[in-house]
Design a protein around this ligand. Structure first.
Ligand SMILES: Nc1ncnc2c1ncn2[C@@H]1O[C@H](COP(=O)(O)OP(=O)(O)OP(=O)(O)O)[C@@H](O)[C@H]1O
Length: 349
C-alpha cells in the first residue's frame, strides 16, 4: 500500500495537522439485562494511535468497538472522538468507519462502485464519486482492479477494497473487527504490516479488535487487554508483555510462568528461566520433573511439573538442547534471577 497516503480530499500539511482520532471512553457500560458486556471502562486513545483491543472470547471487545461506531448505544458513560461527545450520534455522523470481519462487499457492484457506495448515499454526483473512489483505490494499490466484481478478487484484495470503502468517508478513526482472521498465515503477516503503515501515513487512529496476542503485540502502539467486560491492563506492547499486571495478563499474553511463592505470585518469562540438573534449591528456584519437550522455532519449549503442583515452561536455546536433550521424567532445578520475577497483583489465580 502507498507509503505516504493522504486521504483524498484531505491535505496533510504536517504530522501535527493531520493527527486525528483522539478517542475517550469515560465510565462506559453496556448492559444487556442484568449482564454487563462492558463494565465502566475508562480508556484514552491519543490521536493517530494504532490501538488493539485484545482478550478472550466474550470479554467485551466487539461491544466496545460497536459502541464507538454507534452500532450499539452505551447504557451509561460517554464516548468522545476528537473532543466531541459522540455517545448518542448516529454512526454516519461520528467520524468513524467500520471494516467488518467478512468485508461485506456488495457482490453485484464493481470494486469502484463498492468503494463509491457511501458517496452515492450522500448524493454526490457520479463523476465526483468515481474519481474519489479511484483515488482511494490508489491508496490501497487496487486501482487496476476497479472494474472487477468482488468474486473475481482474492481474499487479500477484497480486504483492500473493504479498507478503501471504509476510508472514503474520511474518518478520524477506522474500526476493524478481526480484520485478518480470514487470511492465510502468510498474507496475514503481509497485510498486518500494510495496515500499520497505512495507519501511520494517514495520521488517524485505528482500533483493531483481535484475540491474537501476536497480532496485538506486533501492531499496536496501545494494547488494551480486556477480561469480563473490564480493562485488565493497557499500555505499550512491551509494557504489557514485560510487566503483566495480573496472572490473567501473564497467562493470556503467553510466554510467562505464573509462579506461586506463597506470600506472593510472580511472572517469569519462559526464556528467563534456567534448567540445571541437580542444582541447589533457593527462594528463586523449584525442583521439577520434565513432562515433555517441543520444538518452538526459537528454541525448545520444555514442559515441567513443579514439585509444589504447578506447571512450568522453559524456553531452552536449540544448541543447549541438542548438546544434552532434556528427557521426559528427568529431574531438574528450574531457577530464575530475582530481577526477572515480576510481582503480580492479586496472586496466582
Ligand atoms: N446483543 C446481545 N445481547 C445479549 N448479550 C450480548 C449481546 N452482544 C454481546 N453480548 C454478550 O456480551 C459479552 C461480550 O460480547 P462481545 O461480543 O463484546 O465479546 P468479544 O470479546 O468481542 O468476543 P469474541 O472474541 O467472541 O467476538 C458476551 O458475554 C456476549 O454474550
Amino acid at each position: 500500500m502507498s507509503d505516504s497516503a493522504v486521504l483524498p480530499g484531505k491535505t496533510a500539511t504536517g504530522a501535527g495537522d493531520k493527527a486525528r482520532g483522539r478517542i475517550e471512553f469515560a465510565a462506559v457500560t453496556k448492559a444487556y439485562g442484568a449482564a454487563k458486556a462492558v463494565d465502566a471502562i475508562d480508556l484514552k486513545i491519543p490521536a493517530s494511535t494504532y490501538c488493539c483491543l485484545l482478550g478472550p472470547s466474550g470479554c467485551g471487545k466487539t461491544t466496545s468497538l460497536r459502541m464507538l461506531a454507534g452500532h450499539e448505544i452505551a447504557t451509561s458513560g460517554d464516548i468522545l472522538l476528537d473532543n466531541v461527545n459522540v455517545t448518542n450520534f448516529a454512526p454516519a455522523r461520528r467520524g468513524t468507519a467500520m471494516m467488518f470481519q467478512n468485508y461485506a462487499l456488495f457482490p453485484h457492484l464493481t470494486v469502484e462502485e463498492n468503494v463509491a457506495f457511501s458517496l452515492k448515499m450522500k448524493r454526490e454526483n457520479r463523476i465526483e464519486r468515481l474519481n474519489r473512489a479511484r483515488a482511494m483505490l490508489r491508496v490501497v494499490e487496487m486501482e487496476r482492479f476497479a472494474k472487477r466484481l468482488p468474486s473475481q478478487l482474492s481474499g487479500g484484495q477484497q480486504q483492500r477494497v473493504a479498507l478503501a470503502r471504509a476510508l472514503i468517508t474520511q474518518p478520524s478513526a477506522l474500526l476493524l473487527d478481526e480484520p485478518l482472521s480470514a487470511l492465510d498465515p502468510f498474507l496475514r503477516l503481509r497485510v498486518r504490516g500494510e495496515l500499520r503503515k497505512l495507519q501511520k501515513s494517514l495520521g488517524i487512529s485505528f482500533v483493531h479488535v483481535t484475540h491474537s496476542q501476536d497480532e496485538a503485540l506486533a501492531l499496536a502502539d496501545l494494547v488494551v487487554l480486556m477480561n469480563v467486560g473490564r480493562i485488565e491492563q493497557q499500555g505499550t506492547a512491551q509494557d504489557v508483555f514485560s510487566r503483566p499486571r495480573t496472572a490473567f495478563v501473564a497467562r493470556f499474553i503467553g510466554g510467562h510462568n505464573v509462579i506461586d511463592l506463597g506470600d506472593k505470585a510472580v511472572a517469569v518469562r519462559t526464556d528467563r528461566v534456567a534448567l540445571v540438573r541437580g542444582g541447589e534449591v533457593t527462594a528463586s528456584s523449584r525442583e521439577a520433573t520434565v513432562t515433555g519437550a517441543e520444538y518452538a522455532g526459537n528454541g525448545f519449549s520444555i514442559q515441567l511439573a513443579d514439585d509444589r503442583g504447578g506447571d512450568l515452561l522453559a524456553l531452552v536455546p536449540e544448541e543447549t538442547f541438542h548438546a544434552r536433550p532434556f528427557e521426559e521424567g528427568e529431574r531438574v532445578t528450574v531457577s530464575w534471577a530475582p530481577s526477572d520475577a515480576h510481582v503480580l497483583e492479586g496472586g496466582a489465580s
